[in-house]
Ligand binder design. Structure first.
Ligand SMILES: NC(=O)c1ccc[n+]([C@@H]2O[C@H](COP(=O)([O-])OP(=O)(O)OC[C@H]3O[C@@H](n4cnc5c(N)ncnc54)[C@H](O)[C@@H]3O)[C@@H](O)[C@H]2O)c1
Ligand SMILES: Cc1ncc(CO)c(C(=O)O)c1O
Length: 313
């Protein structure tokens, strides 16, 4: 069982790292953060307290022992010294993660748990790059990590049951929602659902069935809104399994089942149109619009979570 004196190292300070670090510190843990890019560390110095102010609005208080300290490290060795847990948050490329694990190996005692925030690389694959694979586990947060409470916990073939229990207990100690995924499949559960939805959404826009704004309105104010309150399995009972049987009997055969990535995405990515991170993707964004969007989304997500948790509304 983890305790608030646990020291956690967070490796990688891009989209995910700062929010994860803020959440761990709010749980009373000492957090050491590291990135190979000094500018990322400097950005994190502002991003972590910003995430902390969102945690305030969520009503998440530190334990009686107080909020944990966050320290910033340009070198990996000092970042992981004395850590009971290392959370790896580097880019979603096996070779990048493998290089991090190889660098970690000589720095960590055999029992230090290493958790990857990978979006869907099988944990068993990653276990091939770290000694004592029983201590490697998937800990898949969702963006923004300091707001979305559900965290997938995924064991690889060699992960020890005690490692699974440790991470699940840690998530609960943070008053978050661990979901233990029972099989180490690519994409785990959340991203398999999300990527099936995104594949269909992109296909429908690509076919001209609907435009991008219409798609977002349709999903956010239709099924997305409903799924926040009624999960898919409960929704089947709410709609009626007979309805699903009738509709799926003709619709399933018509849904997109492409195995590659739509040109709609590939062409934009190749052109450097990555989205908010590059100022344009499917939509264009000015720096001011990005700031406004991120603030408004945090406000709305906080409000919805407080209502779903029965604390408001
Ligand atoms: N972005 C999301 O919505 C999201 C959500 C959940 C999980 N994830 C997963 O989390 C991981 C990180 O994603 P992200 O979106 O934060 O990526 P990102 O590209 O925004 O950030 C990655 C950071 O890692 C740093 N980095 C690269 N190599 C490093 C190394 N060897 N040592 C230390 N730092 C290094 C980079 O400088 C960068 O700051 C990926 O596996 C991703 O799939 C992403
Ligand atoms: C498109 C996309 N891909 C991966 C993830 C998480 O692994 C997310 C998310 O957390 O929202 C996402 O939107």
């Amino acid at each position: 069982m983890p305790d608030a004196r646990l020291h956690v190292a967070v490796i990688g300070l891009g989209t995910m790292g700062p929010g994860i670090a803020a959440t761990l510190a709010r749980g009373g843990m000492g957090v050491r953060v590291h990135d190979t890019v000094p500018a990322a560390i400097e950005r994190a110095r502002a991003a972590i307290p910003q995430a902390g102010s969102v945690l305030d609005r969520l009503g998440i208080a530190p334990p009686d022992s107080g909020e944990g300290a966050v320290s910033f490290h340009e070198d990996l060795e000092s970042a992981v010294a004395g850590a009971g847990l290392v959370i790896e948050n580097v880019p979603e490329k096996v070779e990048v993660k493998a290089a991090v694990y190889r660098a970690l190996d000589p720095l960590l005692p055999a029992e230090t748990i290493v958790a990857s925030d990978t979006s869907g690389i099988p944990i068993t694959t990653l276990q091939g790059f770290l000694s004592h694979p029983e201590r490697l586990i998937g800990m898949h947060w969702s963006n923004p990590p300091h707001i979305i409470p559900m965290i997938e916990v995924i064991a690889g073939r060699h992960t020890a049951p005690a490692t699974v229990s440790f991470i699940a207990d840690l998530v609960r100690s943070l008053k978050l929602l661990p979901v233990v995924v029972k099989k180490d499949v690519p994409g785990f559960v959340e991203n398999r659902i999300l990527y099936a939805l995104l594949r269909e959404a992109i296909d429908l826009v690509d076919q001209g069935v609907i435009d991008e704004e219409g798609m977002d309105t349709c999903v956010s104010w239709g099924i997305g809104y409903k799924l926040a309150v009624v999960g898919p399995m409960r929704l089947l009972d709410m709609a009626g399994l007979d309805i699903y049987q009738s509709v799926a009997s003709f619709l399933n055969a018509d849904l997109s089942d492409r195995k590659d990535v739509a040109g709609y995405v590939t062409e934009r990515a190749r052109a450097g149109k990555l989205g908010i991170k590059s100022g344009e993707g499917i939509f264009p964004y000015t720096p001011e619009q990005i700031r406004e969007l991120q603030a408004e989304r945090a406000r709305q997500l906080v409000a919805v979570r407080r209502i779903l948790e029965g604390r408001d509304g």
